[in-house]
Design a protein around this ligand. Structure first.
Ligand SMILES: Nc1ncnc2c1ncn2[C@@H]1O[C@H](COP(=O)(O)OP(=O)(O)OP(=O)(O)O)[C@@H](O)[C@H]1O
Ligand SMILES: [Mg+2]
Length: 293
């Protein structure tokens, strides 16, 4: 297994450094977004990377942007050849060139099933983000129809679920309605495709931005970091599902009693290895393509 890439040092001006991505400024409003192999869980970044993870995230995002091209515009700079930057092969496969967007300050979560913070909120209020749901739903229940459940984009710490009035107050009513409709459309198209691969797309988070006044799908899209993917064959209502996201790591760190606050614990080599295999498996299941190691 190759070594994990947890940091980058490229000869461009740094634009931003997130939990997972390092972004650099190129000319003419272009950005180079590099997905590193960094892993975060419960909003804490681990010191160890997961080999290949950045490549999985980048290649899956590219796969989905193309797959969804008829449903939504995206931030990819199609005419900018990443090869022209002469990056190392390991960095190149973790990189995409995008057009710089004015990001909307909302995490656009769409849920088709009840899990995670949505399940928690439902158990307390029978609604999620102010959307009233039928009584009697259980852990992992399919919702009568997919719902848009936005959250704030917290600079630090955890995102907070917001209702539609709060969302509209953040970006304006018209834009809010626009991204709600678009997010639901993209989710439905993606979920329908995932189904053909034997996978349930339980929920996912999109980020939209504006380029030249137009709303485009930006950031990463439909990766195991931003989505809950469940093997359809093993789906059983009423309990947690095995999943292709980082649930495996979450289970491990919860199992050893970690308090979910920095610093993150050191992961045994076996856990690092198994996590890498999970990401690769997710790529292959979703795309139907063999992952090149
Ligand atoms: N086309 C774009 N133009 C400008 N910014 C973008 C674009 N696409 C994505 N971004 C931003 O780049 C960052 C990606 O970095 P990363 O995913 O590592 O951040 P993060 O840890 O998720 O933190 P956060 O998303 O809360 O900033 C995000 O802040 C995202 O909103
Ligand atoms: Mg992010």
């Amino acid at each position: 297994m190759e070594a994990a890439i947890t940091s980058t040092n490229l000869p461009f001006r740094k634009f931003s450094s997130g939990k997972v991505r390092e972004t650099y400024e190129l000319e003419d409003g272009h950005l180079l977004m590099v997905s590193t192999d960094r892993l975060s869980a419960f909003d804490v970044v681990f010191s160890q990377g997961i080999p290949y993870k950045g490549a999985v995230l980048n290649e899956l995002s590219l796969f989905w942007f193309e797959k969804l091209a008829s449903v939504t515009k995206n931030h990819l700079a199609k005419n900018y050849d990443v090869a022209s930057l002469k990056l190392s092969p390991a960095i190149e496969r973790r990189s995409m060139v995008v057009k710089r967007a004015k990001m909307l300050p909302i995490e656009c979560v769409v849920r088709g099933y009840l899990a995670g913070s949505g399940l928690k909120e439902y158990m307390q209020t029978q609604s999620v983000c102010g959307i009233k749901l039928p009584a009697g739903l259980r852990n992992s229940s399919q919702l009568p129809q997919p719902i848009f459940t936005p959250s704030t984009k917290a600079e630090k710490g955890h995102d907070i679920n917001i209702n539609h009035e709060q969302g509209a107050a953040l970006v304006g009513k018209e834009k809010f309605n626009g991204i709600e409709e678009l997010a639901l459309k993209v989710y439905s198209a993606a979920a329908a495709y995932a189904k053909t691969r034997g996978i349930i797309l339980a929920d996912t988070k999109f980020e939209f931005g504006e380029i030249d006044g137009e709303i485009v799908l930006a950031d990463e899209v439909l990766t195991p970091d931003s989505s809950r993917y469940w093997p359809a064959a093993l789906y059983e209502e009423g309990k947690n599902q095995p999943s292709y996201d980082k649930q495996y790591v979450r289970d491990y760190v919860e199992g050893i009693g970690w308090g979910k606050k920095a610093p993150a614990p050191i992961l045994p080599q076996e856990v690092v290895h198994n996590t890498a295999e999970k990401y690769i498996e997710a790529y292959e299941k979703i795309s139907g393509k063999k992952f090149q190691r």
